[in-house]
Design a protein around this ligand. Structure first.
Ligand SMILES: Nc1ncnc2c1ncn2[C@@H]1O[C@H](COP(=O)(O)OP(=O)(O)O)[C@@H](O)[C@H]1O
Ligand SMILES: [Mg+2]
Length: 353
């Protein structure tokens, strides 16, 4: 409703602006022509000159109209320009110039991390975790408990308020962004694709990959099935942001990128199982493959993923780690994990009749 009202208001202003602009330019022209004509009639101006001036005045009408329209167009785009300015003017994060040696490649950790998107509301409040190289860690917790936030902090989309985020055994603030990005593959829920073909979008994971490697990654991640449905197959352009594909399909492309990239650490924000059952088989196969070579941090919704993890981190609503351990041990004790597990296993038996 607010949006509709705001657009209505903007339209009124634009219309009013157009009327004023049009009227004003006409008034100026009519005044100029009247003045010229009266001088010609009064004999103080050569008729030929008067005709020339009137012709010039008429040329001006369109110009004045256009200038007015452009000024109004600029006003209209101001908001978009302000957004762009906000990005361009944002302060750069400090990062060192030179690469550092990573003491523990593939390992990931948080030490007593406190973080909030706004300083007065902490999302994570003293979170610590340690994920050894080549192991798999599942993060579970209620919606809004900060699971995705942990993945974003590992990729240094934000800096922590206090504590440290370690990747490869080094504080993420002590390595250049390029080096950090080499360590990570990210499969997030809001995947951005570029307006290019599917193959080109997968190749972003590894620009020197050959066609065979791309097919392998696409098969494993389930992208090949999408290709078969598309009008121009592999050459179909996906549109800016990947408009032509569903959210689950975009995530599969992103998994194929990760398979191709072979980064030591993979962050995976799993699609909620209820929303995206079609994705399940592909994600399971891809995850098994990634697990052989990489550390996996999975924000897990599927029970199979959680049970297969070497370590489960349970977050609570207050931004703390409520429980941690292996699935087999956690289900044995009374606590949030057990009630979560019981609830989910019961829900799995549900059927529509
Ligand atoms: N970009 C953002 N700006 C401000 N608040 C955010 C942003 N992203 C997430 N939040 C807030 O941070 C909290 C944790 O979000 P998130 O990490 O996405 O939770 P989860 O993934 O566990 O559902 C939520 O309260 C959410 O509203
Ligand atoms: Mg999330």
């Amino acid at each position: 409703d607010d949006g509709a009202r705001a657009s209505g208001r903007a339209l009124w202003w634009e219309t009013a602006g157009n009327i004023v602009n049009g009227a004003l330019s006409q008034v100026i022209i009519v005044a100029l022509i009247t003045l010229t004509a009266s001088r010609a009639v009064g004999g103080t101006m050569e008729p030929l000159v008067a005709v020339a001036i009137i012709g010039m005045c008429l040329r001006f009408t369109t110009m004045i109209d256009e200038i007015g329209a452009n000024v109004m167009g600029m006003e209209e785009r101001r908001q978009m320009m302000n957004h762009l300015d906000a990005v361009m003017d944002a302060e750069l994060m400090a990062e060192p110039e030179g690469r550092t040696d990573l003491p523990d490649p593939g390992a990931v950790g948080l030490d007593d991390v406190v973080f909030g998107y706004r300083t007065d509301v902490p999302v994570l409040d003293g979170v610590s975790l340690d994920v050894p190289a080549r192991s798999m860690c599942a993060i579970v917790g209620p919606s809004g408990s900060g699971k995705t936030t942990i993945a974003r902090l590992l990729a240094r989309f934000w800096d922590v308020d206090s504590g440290t985020v370690r990747v490869g055994g080094t504080d993420v603030r002590d390595m250049p962004t390029a080096q950090l990005m080499e360590q990570l593959s990210m499969v997030f829920q809001d995947v951005y694709l570029f307006d290019d073909t599917l193959a080109a979008n997968i190749r972003i994971g590894n620009p020197v990959a050959d066609d065979e490697q791309i097919r392998w990654a696409a098969d494993l991640a389930g992208v090949t099935e999408i290709v078969e449905r598309l009008p121009h197959g592999w050459d179909t352009r996906v549109g800016e942001g990947g408009r032509a594909l569903s959210g689950g399909e975009r995530q599969r492309v992103s998994i194929a990128r990760a398979l191709l990239k072979r980064a030591p650490i993979v962050l995976l924000d799993e699609a909620t199982s209820a929303l995206d059952a079609e994705n399940e088989a592909n994600i399971v196969a891809a995850m098994e493959e990634l697990r052989r070579t990489s550390t996996l941090i999975v924000i897990a919704h599927k029970l199979e993923t959680i049970a297969a993890a070497d370590q489960v981190i349970v977050l609570d609503d207050a931004g703390h780690v409520a429980q941690r351990g292996r699935h087999e041990d956690l289900v044995e004790v009374e606590g949030p994990y057990r009630s979560f597990w019981e609830q989910r296993t019961r829900a799995r038996g549900w059927a529509l009749v």
